[in-house]
Ligand binder design. Structure first.
Ligand code: MEV
Length: 429
């Protein structure tokens, strides 16, 4: 058996987790033929040092970095925000800032967010009588609340805890099932740990009540009790009536066509994920929740909505679940995430969700405006060209600028042309 590099080495490494980060890296170096330089780069961690990284996940050999850009101009609920966004894609930060700037004269973004209620699911199988089981669960409601709340006295002290339970019945090909939803106010946490612990703790009580057997006990990432919304108005005199019509045409396609709608929502997620990542929140949870919410009525729909107000200005709205945390997760331990939160100046996860939703709307609006007018490649290509110039070997800012200028002028943006231009420049100087 050989590995990806054609070497007779196996990926089954016993005791890998017991090695320290350097030893792990040494092994990876051999397995994957890393050069000394590559090994050194992996060793060179940034603000998140190797010890902190090892507290976060297993088998750590290094850390990775993304640029953090600041989106400017955001006025949300009358408050000014500078918004850190972490991502690898050019144009996103500039586009968000541009949308926010255009929205400012009309008051910026008006946002709100629900109370931070997360849903925990407890699955019970082998239920003989669904109605009887449901009745018995509801009779035990108070006891279930008590037992669940005892799992997290700190959460309860801060005003959180179980708010309600719901019982859902399923007749499935594997027999009757009941799923109990614990609705938990998780305050400023994302909530997965608190909710999962509660689900596991109350499950035996539910077995007793139903005569069924517990199976899954886990949070639902469809956090549809924890929605965030934002709205902005873009003035028709700034945008132009023709552009507004074109944006509405673009939106209408997303409403009617799933292929377009996926990309439409991706544009919103460009902004959302970037803030979620900068604050070290769980972007997989946010992504899963957003797309599931977009398909909540069986048809995949846009997360945003556009229409004209009475004066003919363009109104944009967004609504999506945002399960974000400020306490109890990486947001509190990742040194850069902590600074990102400080830059944002948000005081609660509700406020963070309002900001994130607003960035999602701004980003989606910017994409639609660009697509409806000059297309996105013009703005995109300039930044993309910078990356290509670097890949082609440009090192200084002057070299990068000159290579980009020439490639854009020639409309030939690729690494081999970048290399040729650079060689020509270097020969001449
Ligand atoms: C690219 O990352 C995002 C867009 O494709 C979004 C959209 O098409 O609406 C520009």
């Amino acid at each position: 058996m050989v590995n990806g590099n054609g070497k007779p080495l196996k990926s089954k490494v016993s005791g890998f987790h017991e090695l320290n980060a350097d030893e792990k890296l040494e092994l990876i170096k051999k397995f994957s033929d890393l050069t000394d330089e590559e090994q050194e780069l992996l060793r060179k961690t940034g603000a998140l040092d190797i010890n902190k990284a090892e507290m976060m996940i297993e088998n750590v050999i290094g850390t990775t970095e993304y640029p953090i850009g600041i989106a400017t101009n955001f006025l949300i609920n009358g408050r000014d925000y500078l918004i850190p966004m972490a991502l690898e894609e050019p144009s996103v930060v500039a586009a968000s800032s541009y949308s926010a700037k255009l929205a400012r004269p009309m008051g910026g973004f008006v946002a709100d967010a629900d109370e931070p209620i997360m849903i925990g699911q407890i699955q019970l199988v082998g239920i003989k009588d669904l109605r009887e089981a449901k009745k018995n669960i509801l009779l035990k409601k108070e006891e279930i609340f008590d037992v669940a709340n005892k799992c997290d006295s700190i959460l309860v002290k801060f005003g959180g805890g179980v708010r309600d339970i719901e019982v859902r019945e399923f007749e499935t090909s594997r027999g009757n099932m009941i799923v109990v939803h614990l609705l938990v106010d998780v305050r400023d946490a994302m909530g997965a740990n608190a909710v999962n612990t509660m689900c596991e703790t109350v499950a035996p009580l539910l077995e007793e009540a139903t005569g069924g057997k517990k199976r899954l006990r886990i949070i639902s990432n469809l956090a549809d009790r924890r929605l965030a919304r934002s709205k902005a108005v873009w003035n028709k005199d700034d945008l132009g009536e023709e552009t507004i019509e074109k944006i509405l045409d673009a939106y209408e396609l997303a409403v009617n066509d799933q292929y377009r709608c996926t990309t439409h929502n991706k544009g919103a997620m460009n902004g959302i994920d970037a803030v979620v990542l900068a604050t070290a929140n769980d972007f997989r949870a946010v992504e899963a929740g957003a797309h599931s919410y977009a398909a909540r009525d069986g048809k995949y729909r846009p997360l945003t909505k556009y229409y004209k107000d009475e004066e003919g200005n363009l109104v944009g709205e967004i609504e999506l679940p945002l399960a974000l945390g400020l306490v109890g997760g990486a947001t509190k331990t990742h040194p850069i995430a902590k600074i990102a939160v400080k830059i944002l100046g948000v005081r609660s996860t509700k406020e963070l969700a309002q900001v994130v939703a607003s960035v999602g709307l701004a980003q989606n609006f910017a994409a639609l405006r660009a697509l409806a007018t000059e297309g996105i490649q013009k703005g995109h290509m300039r930044l993309h060209a910078r990356n290509i110039a670097v890949i082609g070997g440009a090192e200084t800012r002057e070299e990068i600028d000159a290579v980009v200028r020439k490639m854009v002028e020639e409309k030939a943006i690729n690494a081999s042309r970048a290399k040729e231009i650079l060689e020509g420049m270097r020969k001449r100087s």
